[in-house]
Design a protein around this ligand. Structure first.
Ligand code: 5CU
Length: 372
């Protein structure tokens, strides 16, 4: 069974040029006296009050040179990668630019895949600030592209979250073209949540806690607004094993059941439960770095829904490359990748079939990847 990495990012050349040309987040610049370029993408991370080592992250060819991705795959015995534009995708573009830039970036990504047939597939990026017509047209266009197997999206949707009724035509189009949404966080939580010393702690609070909670809130808002009742065939792959969704699903469901305001609003008898959605619409990557989180997610959603991260039904394996590189030597295998692989191995010790599904089989089935 081939090993498939479904969580692996890239900034194609024209997007790099765009980042280099900008002076507001997201952008690339150096902070003298250090001359090496840094990638500034998270909201507020370039604040002058932040220590310079907390301002962005070093950026090198592993972010934009596709041969580095192939090298990384070789080093970690990954057969196929489903690449996606890294956050913040095209969210920040002015409305008039978004459509043409999306087309260019998606074409470039499709061409990158064409350089390594059978080894690379991709999630396309959506021009979310453009009109709904333009977005729907781009979805239709992407569905014709040889290597595009879904779309990557953030939790802000068209700017007002994924429970925004204005997204209905987009969900409709994604469902019609059977494109899986790879839902990835970017915005985190308001910085006040992390307190006045947050910048003393580098990116840890934002990435370890802000990202997963952002995903959890986004999917819960979809649930509460009835998105999953209206779009029963929508298939969504959640980054980082669903944030904290599998862990909190019971509490979410209980709060819904006990909320007087929702009694009529949600037509309790008819709505789909979070458990139903976790089993039928949601897929999870296995980018969680420990078997404890992985097992909880598998229990909540069924093993065949997690991806590379591994082989259970809705689980799919992932690496988050090129983020989380080793801080010391870059020549060895990456500990972040090893942690994810080991979690799968430990969680499914002795169950080769489950491990194989998570490591590749689930992704091949869900995304209909053509094997060579
Ligand atoms: O290190 C980071 O900030 C990130 C990020 O922004 N996006 C991601 O996918 N992983 C790590």
């Amino acid at each position: 069974m081939p090993v498939v990495d479904i969580h692996t990012h890239v900034y194609p050349p024209s997007f790099m040029d765009l980042l280099r040309s900008r002076s507001a987040v997201p952008y690339i610049r150096s902070f003298p006296p250090d001359t090496s370029p840094r990638l500034i993408i998270l909201p507020g991370e370039d604040s002058p009050s932040n220590p310079s080592t907390a301002r962005g992250r070093p950026i090198g060819p592993e972010f934009y040179d596709i041969s580095k991705k192939i090298e990384f795959m070789g080093k970690h015995r990954i057969d196929i990668s489903v690449i996606s534009l890294a956050n913040p995708w095209l969210d920040f573009l002015p409305a008039d630019d978004a459509g043409p830039i999306a087309q260019r970036v998606n074409e470039e990504i499709n061409e990158l895949c064409d350089q390594y047939p059978g080894r690379l597939f991709a999630f396309g990026a959506l021009p979310v600030s453009a009109s709904r017509e333009v977005i729907v047209m781009e979805i239709a266009r992407l569905s014709e592209k040889k290597y595009i197997k879904g779309v990557v999206m953030g939790s802000s949707g068209l700017g007002r979250g994924l429970d925004d009724p204005a997204l209905d035509p987009i969900y409709e189009a994604l469902q019609e073209h059977q494109l899986t949404v790879f839902l990835h966080p970017h915005y985190g939580l308001p910085k006040e949540v992390f307190g006045p010393r947050a910048s003393d702690y580098g990116h840890v609070l934002a990435l370890a806690l802000g990202f997963p909670l952002e995903t959890t809130v986004a999917v819960t808002r979809m649930l509460l607004s009835g998105v999953w009742d209206r779009f029963r065939a929508l298939s969504v792959l959640l980054a980082h094993s669903g944030g904290t969704l599998p862990f909190l699903a019971g509490r979410i469901e209980s709060c819904v059941h006990h909320d007087n305001h929702l009694l009529d609003e949600l037509k309790q008898g008819e709505r789909r439960s979070i458990w139903d959605i976790l089993k039928n619409n949601i897929y999870l990557d296995a980018v969680i770095y420990s078997q404890i989180g992985l097992k909880a997610a598998v229990d909540a959603s069924g093993s065949n829904r997690i991806m590379f991260v591994s082989s259970n039904g809705n689980f799919l394996a992932g690496t988050d490359h090129p983020f989380f590189p080793p801080l010391e030597s870059k020549d060895d295998e990456w500990p972040s990748v090893q942690a994810n692989f080991n979690a799968i191995k430990d969680a499914f010790d002795g169950n080769k079939e489950a491990a194989d599904s998570i490591l590749g089989g689930n992704a091949i089935r869900l995304l209909k990847l053509e094997l060579r």
